[in-house]
Design a protein around this ligand. Structure first.
Ligand code: ATP
Ligand code: MG
Length: 723
């Protein structure tokens, strides 16, 4: 029976139990037996234990069975697959956390806490940095998973008054960032509209001593426009619904979302799954815990309110056809809340400043232009305030002590999304997901197999789809979509969204993952408009409408818009629009190019750490509990590369370490290597494993590393320390 147990593997830890190896194996055995006898009902908790020739259907059967038993977690080795239950499960209590703390990864049923605990203890024992990549499409449960992990660390880490302080700030940074960066979309009522990477820093004792957040490309366009069935960022509704009477009066707001243009376009200000009033209270409390002063919050809400007022500003047409603002009530509020003289604001919203040789000339806007400038200003104000907020949270999470720390990074980024109409935002989000899939492939399927080859280990290669071809299509220098888009953005006045499309057709028309109306066959043409292009992403086809691509990529804020903001007395706005900011003489980087660079930075951060994976799956499109849509899940299993991962895992080696590290750790177990081994590390390891009685099929010696097939072997070695 133990042979099936051999398929499991675990890390090199000492555990909180002092049970003997035999007892622990028996426990695993009992779990296994229970799992096997109950298999028909509840499935198998580690896919590695399924029949070696597991088909995709068997894989799916297992997920479905478990899902219907409320068993949402399943392992593929140390990778955790999580299926969104769309209902509250009683599996996240403090008691559950205690159960998982310090217990071997495979001794208990799969859980996000088991993964969190394993990462933490590996970090502690090896004193190195780790990250958990949480992926899956929009609504699959990434943000929830990242919150569970953070909560687990908050409870399981050592606590002192000081540490508790940090813990509270780490936890409460979440509702604040979600309020400002999440929104209801058609896919998810709490969809992350920004990417978030959070480092949690731990000291030698495992205390969480600080944190740092990096945010990626907030979807600013949502501030001024929402599609039907979608909302603006939560904070607007929270303020209007939950804001105290005095506060609303001071901000000039009415308690009715319907009164604000920026809040009604999606026609769904009220959402049954969201309680804006109570969320408002949580955010208020959280802001005070993360050290926002009274004046910070005052200024912050002043900004949120002024964005709402800005959205309500209407322009009149003067006799010459230009935009004017006549004694506008909204102007009064924006001017008051941002501390900008009414006249200055008025001028800024209706005129563009042109610098002639000797003087400044103000050219009036048409109404369309004025509306554009107003919306651009609203987006800029919100976007910059969001960045300020992240910085402010970082200040509060910063660890002042300079001693070396180890970190666990949590990556929770907007998931792959496909709507009926997809624009520049979806293009950026889906590109980001391509990059993360590429990273996953690099770190698991590709590097794992390359490593065997490099180390001279015999290996039957596992084929997989490498999405590098799509990443290249998007980001390749000079001929990738990003380059072509940027090129068009450099031709103001001449280029349009359609010339961008034509340029793509000309330069990348033959690419197998790119198609347009003109390039497609008859069948494709029926489903594509002239202004569309379609990308065959790793996760499926997405049709993008080019309208707005150039504009959103340029993200122009008229120069006098910035100058007006510089006169603000609102401390946050002052900070966000510094007078030292270079003027538009030097062309700022386009949005997509900045995004691309930030993703390169993120990849570098991640590559320097040990990876762990949570792959989230969305069971149905209706956000309903109990519904498991086979077609939908099968598609996700496919594109998430789960079958390939399983094949590599099953055929591979559970554990590998450089000879030096292995020897260093285990040499006390062998009198021939302890204390001072003189030969090469590989020879030392050979002696060591001979002494430990490893059987030939249990391990392989590579060029620089030892590879151990089954965790049981390592488990026994670890146990030898305790004897
Ligand atoms: P996006 O890419 O749009 O940000 P996401 O993957 O982050 O999506 P979440 O916001 O984490 O998705 O999850 C969507 C919703 O699904 C949650 O608001 C919650 O209602 C439900 N959900 C997700 N995970 C769980 C869970 N473990 N238990 C209960 N409900 C869950
Ligand atoms: Mg999310």
């Amino acid at each position: 029976m133990l042979s099936s147990v051999q398929k499991r593997y675990w890390g090199t830890h000492t555990f909180k139990t002092s049970r003997s190896l035999e007892e622990r194996c028996n426990q695993i055995l009992r779990n296994m037996e229970a799992s096997l006898t109950a298999r028909d009902r509840v499935g198998i908790q580690d896919f590695v234990l399924l029949d070696p020739h597991t088909s995709e259907s068997a894989f799916l059967d297992n997920l479905r069975k478990r899902f219907h038993e409320n068993l949402i977690y399943t392992y593929i080795g140390t990778l955790l697959v999580s299926v969104n239950p769309y209902k509250e499960l009683d599996i996240y209590s403090k008691k559950q956390m205690d159960t998982y703390m310090g217990v071997n990864f495979f001794e208990l049923p799969p859980h996000i806490y088991a993964l969190a605990d394993n990462v933490f203890r590996t970090m502690q024992s090896e004193f190195n940095n780790h990250f958990i990549l949480i992926s899956g499409e929009s609504g699959a449960g990434k943000t929830e998973a990242s919150k569970k992990i953070l909560q687990f660390y908050a409870v399981s880490c050592p606590s002192t008054k000081l540490l508790n302080n940090v813990r509270d700030r780490l936890l409460l940074s979440n509702p604040v960032l979600e309020a400002f960066g999440n929104a209801k979309t058609l896919k998810n009522d709490n969809s992350s509209r920004f990417g978030k990477y959070m480092d949690i820093q731990f000291d030698h004792q495992g205390g969480a001593v600080g944190g740092h957040i990096l945010s990626y490309l907030l979807e600013k366009s949502r501030v001024v426009h929402q599609n039907h069935g979608e909302r603006n960022f939560h904070i607007f509704y929270q303020l209007v619904e939950g804001g105290e009477e005095d506060l609303l009066r001071w901000l000039g707001l009415e308690r009715n979302c319907k009164n604000y243009r920026y809040l009604v376009q999606g026609d769904c200000a009220k959402v049954s799954s969201i309680n804006d009033k109570s969320d408002w209270k949580t955010v208020r409390k959280a802001l005070s815990v993360i050290e926002f002063s009274e004046s910070d919050t005052e200024h912050l809400f002043g900004i949120i309110a002024s964005v709402l007022h800005l959205g309500n500003i209407k322009f009149d047409v003067d006799a010459r056809g230009y935009a004017t603002l006549n004694n506008n009530q909204e102007m009064h509020w924006v001017s008051k809340l941002l501390g900008i003289p009414n006249q200055v604001l008025q001028q800024g919203l209706t005129h563009r400043k042109i610098e002639a040789k000797t003087e400044e000339v103000f050219s009036p806007f048409s109404v369309d232009h004025a509306v554009y400038a107003r919306d651009a200003l609203a987006k800029a104000i919100y976007g910059r305030t969001f960045n300020w907020l992240v910085n402010k949270i970082n200040e509060s999470l910063a660890n002042k002590d300079s001693s070396r720390k180890t970190v666990i990074g949590l990556l929770d980024i907007y998931g792959f999304e496909v709507f009926s109409v997809n624009s520049f935002e979806q293009f950026c989000i889906n590109y980001c997901n391509e990059k993360l899939q590429q990273l996953f492939i690099e770190l698991t399927l590709k590097s794992e197999q390359e490593e065997y080859e490099m180390e001279g280990i015999e290996w039957e290669p596992v084929p997989y789809f490498n999405n590098k071809i799509i990443c290249d299509l998007v980001e390749e220098k000079f001929r990738g979509i990003i380059s072509l888009l940027d090129e068009e953005c450099l031709r103001p006045g001449e280029a349009t969204d359609i010339t961008f499309l034509e340029k793509m057709e000309e330069k990348i028309g033959g690419h197998p993952h790119f198609v347009t109306h003109k390039l497609g066959d008859q069948k494709t043409r029926k489903t594509l408009d002239r202004g569309d292009f379609r990308l065959l992403h790793y996760a499926g086809e997405v049709t993008y409408c080019v309208v707005g691509f150039l504009d959103k990529n340029n993200d122009l804020l008229y120069r006098n818009g910035k100058e007006v903001m510089r006169q603000s007395k609102n401390a946050i706005i002052k900070h966000c629009f510094p007078s030292t900011e270079p003027d538009s003489k030097r062309r700022p980087e386009t949005v997509v190019t900045q995004f691309k660079s930030s993703l390169v930075g993120l990849t570098e951060i991640l590559m320097s750490k040990e990876p762990w994976y949570v792959r989230c799956i969305k069971p149905n499109e209706a956000k309903q509990p109990g519904h498991f849509n086979d077609v939908l899940v099968r598609h996700q299993v496919k594109y998430l590369g789960l079958m390939e991962h399983l094949r590599v895992r099953r055929a591979g080696f559970a554990y590998r370490r450089k000879y030096e590290i292995f020897l260093q750790r285990y040499k006390p177990l062998c009198p021939d290597t302890w204390p001072n081994w003189k030969g090469t590390a590989a020879e030392g390891v050979q002696l060591l494993i001979k002494h430990l009685g490893y059987k030939p099929d249990e391990y392989k010696m590579g060029r620089t590393k030892i590879f151990i097939r089954h965790p049981r072997t390592l488990f026994a070695t670890e146990d030898a320390f305790q004897v």
